[in-house]
Design a protein around this ligand. Structure first.
Ligand code: HEC
Length: 221
C-alpha cells in the first residue's frame, strides 16, 4: 500500500511538472558552449577568428587539391580530338632544375620504366623484346620520330588518360608530377635526337622494328 501511494505521488508530480513550460525556463545550462554555439560561416574571412581567440582557420587543410585545376582534364578517355587538342596544352613546368630532374627520373623509373625501359627505348622488363608477360610493344620514347614529335602536352595527356592498352596514371601521379615526367622525356629526346638516323628509320617501320628485337633476343639465348 505504501509503495502504491509513493508511485501515485510520483506520477502526479510528473504530470504537474509537464504542465509548466519547462522549455522556457531551462534552468542551469552546464555546457553553455554547446547549448549556445557560435555560428561561424565556413571559409568566411570576414572576421579574424584567431584574433578573437577562436581556434578556427578559414583555410582548407594542408595538401587539399583544388579541383578547379583539374577542370580541363575531366574529359572522358578517348574523347574525339582530345589527343590532338593536347598538343597545345601549356606546360606549367617547362624546365626542371636538378632536384626536379632527379625526382622526375625517380617517378619515371617507378611508373614507366617497367614497360618503356630505363633507357626509354620501349623495351622494359615487362615487354623484354616480346618475351615478357606484357605482349603489347610499349612506345620507344626517344627514337621513334612519331613520339619525339609529340608535344609535352600530349605526353601529359597520354599519362593522364592512357593510350590504347596503356592505362591512365592520373591516380598515381599528380598533375605536376605528370608534367615533370613529360618535360623529363622531352629533355631526354632532345639529348638523344642525335641518335643514328638508321635506328629512327627502323623505329618508324613497325614490321622492321618488331622483327629486329626478336632476332636479337634469340641471339642472346
Ligand atoms: C604497362 C605498360 C606501360 C606502362 C607502365 C607505361 N606505358 Fe606508356 N605505353 C605502353 C604501350 C603498350 C604503349 C603503346 C600504346 C599504343 O599506341 O597502342 C604506350 C605508349 C606511350 C606513349 C606514346 C603515345 C602516343 O601518342 O603514341 C607515351 C608518350 C607513353 N606511353 C608514355 C608513358 C609514360 C610517361 C609512362 C609512365 C607514367 C608510361 N607510358 C607507362 C605501355 C605502358
Amino acid at each position: 500500500m505504501k509503495t502504491n501511494a509513493i508511485i501515485a505521488v510520483g506520477i502526479s508530480a510528473l504530470v504537474l511538472a509537464a504542465c509548466s513550460d519547462v522549455r522556457r525556463t531551462p534552468g542551469k545550462v552546464y555546457m553553455p558552449d554547446m547549448a549556445y554555439s557560435r555560428a561561424i560561416e565556413t571559409y568566411s574571412d570576414a572576421r579574424d577568428l584567431q584574433a578573437e581567440g577562436i581556434n578556427y582557420t578559414a583555410l582548407p587543410v594542408e595538401g587539399t587539391v583544388s579541383r578547379t585545376d583539374d577542370a580541363i582534364y575531366l574529359m572522358v578517355k578517348d574523347t574525339v580530338g582530345l589527343h590532338a587538342a593536347s598538343a597545345t596544352w601549356v606546360n606549367p613546368v617547362p624546365h626542371l632544375d636538378s632536384v626536379q630532374a632527379k625526382e622526375a627520373d625517380r617517378l619515371y623509373m617507378i611508373n614507366c620504366a617497367i614497360c618503356h625501359g630505363a633507357k626509354m627505348d620501349g623495351n622494359g622488363p615487362l615487354f623484354k623484346d616480346g618475351s615478357g608477360p606484357f605482349t603489347a610493344k610499349p612506345a620507344n620514347l626517344v627514337s621513334d620520330a612519331k613520339i619525339t614529335a609529340l608535344s609535352a602536352g600530349t605526353l601529359f595527356e597520354v599519362q593522364t588518360y592512357g593510350k590504347n592498352v596503356m592505362g591512365s596514371y592520373a591516380s598515381q601521379l599528380s598533375n605536376k608530377q605528370r608534367w615533370m615526367i613529360a618535360t623529363y622525356i622531352k629533355s631526354k629526346q632532345s639529348g638523344e635526337t642525335a641518335a643514328p638516323a638508321a635506328s629512327d628509320s627502323t623505329a618508324t617501320k613497325p614490321a622492321a622494328a618488331a622483327a629486329a628485337p626478336a632476332k636479337e633476343s634469340s641471339a642472346k639465348k
